[in-house]
Ligand binder design. Sequence first.
Ligand code: FES
Length: 92
Amino acid sequence: MPKIEFVTERRVVEVEKGAKLPDVVDACGSIFPFGCRMGSCGTCRCIIVEGMENLNPLTQAENDLFETLTSVGAKERLGCQLIISGDVKIRA
Ligand code: FES
């Protein structure tokens, strides 16, 4: 089973392949921050420390939001848009 490490919390959870990050956060009680959960507010902006290849491709919502920002790093994603297929390390 894939593992998600929440770096800031020093918490590691095992998830089903195909799990959505918001569902994982709700289930494990993580403090990972969400707002709209629809890819429009940016509250869940995070850095993928490791495992970008184990996530779904950038969604349209992420592309749309990131286009409005002046600086977005190559390792940044929106947590509410993430689907997990393998091990990932995330820093909120
Ligand atoms: S929670 Fe609003 S963009 Fe992810």
